[in-house]
Design a protein around this ligand. Structure first.
Ligand SMILES: Cc1cc2nc3c(=O)[nH]c(=O)nc-3n(C[C@H](O)[C@H](O)[C@H](O)COP(=O)(O)O)c2cc1C
Length: 177
């Protein structure tokens, strides 16, 4: 249980976007741990409408980097996770309108787990930017009716950042606006 003097030593605060990585593989068990964290994300109506692609091939990583114009992190990341919906999500899910919320929560879960494993990560948005999503689909042979929501570059960080410590009391409302 966290206490008043140590709750900031948690991934919620310590996680930062890391965009450069040292040349070191991520251990298999850590990749598996991240996948498990991903699959244990809460989802609307427990619909679990996600799938995920692990990229650990350097050439493929650079192909994706070329089409993701905000994906500088992919230049050095040893592994990246591409978060997608299931095929045909509009027809098969109980709550398709909530799929983006589900996939956002799952993406954040990857980043938090990475931090807890001593890894750096950065969430790179894909959906709804068509000119990023479409070429990624082509490169990876992803079916047309799948939403490619995000990708998360992961590795051992080559940069250190201060923890986040934001708090905006003026944006907090109690019992009404
Ligand atoms: C929806 C979303 C999309 C993002 N897309 C990118 C991206 O394409 N490339 C990138 O380097 N960072 C991206 N980021 C990371 C943000 O830039 C970063 O979280 C923000 O600057 C705050 O920094 P911090 O994560 O270190 O707290 C994205 C974050 C979110 C939540």
């Amino acid at each position: 249980m966290l206490k008043q003097d140590n709750y900031k030593n948690t991934a919620y605060f310590q996680r930062r976007s890391i965009r450069s990585f040292v040349d070191k593989e991520v251990e298999e068990w850590k990749v598996k741990a991240i996948l498990e964290a991903f699959f244990n994300t809460q989802t609307a109506k427990n619909q679990q409408g996600w799938e995920i692609i692990v990229i650990n091939d350097k050439e493929l990583m650079q192909k994706i980097r070329k089409v993701h114009y905000y994906g500088r992190a992919l230049e050095t990341s040893p592994v990246c996770f591409i978060v997608t919906s299931v095929p045909n999500y509009n027809e098969v899910l109980k709550s398709p309108k909530r799929i983006e919320q589900d996939l956002g929560a799952a993406t954040h879960q990857i980043c938090l787990m990475a931090r807890d494993l001593g890894l750096g990560s950065v969430w790179c948005g894909v959906y709804p930017t068509e000119d990023i999503e479409k070429p990624i689909k082509e490169i990876l042979n992803i079916p047309e009716d799948v939403m490619v929501f995000s990708l998360v570059a992961v590795g051992y960080g080559a940069e250190e950042k201060e923890p986040n410590d934001k708090f905006f009391p003026e944006k907090v409302h109690y019992n009404g606006w």
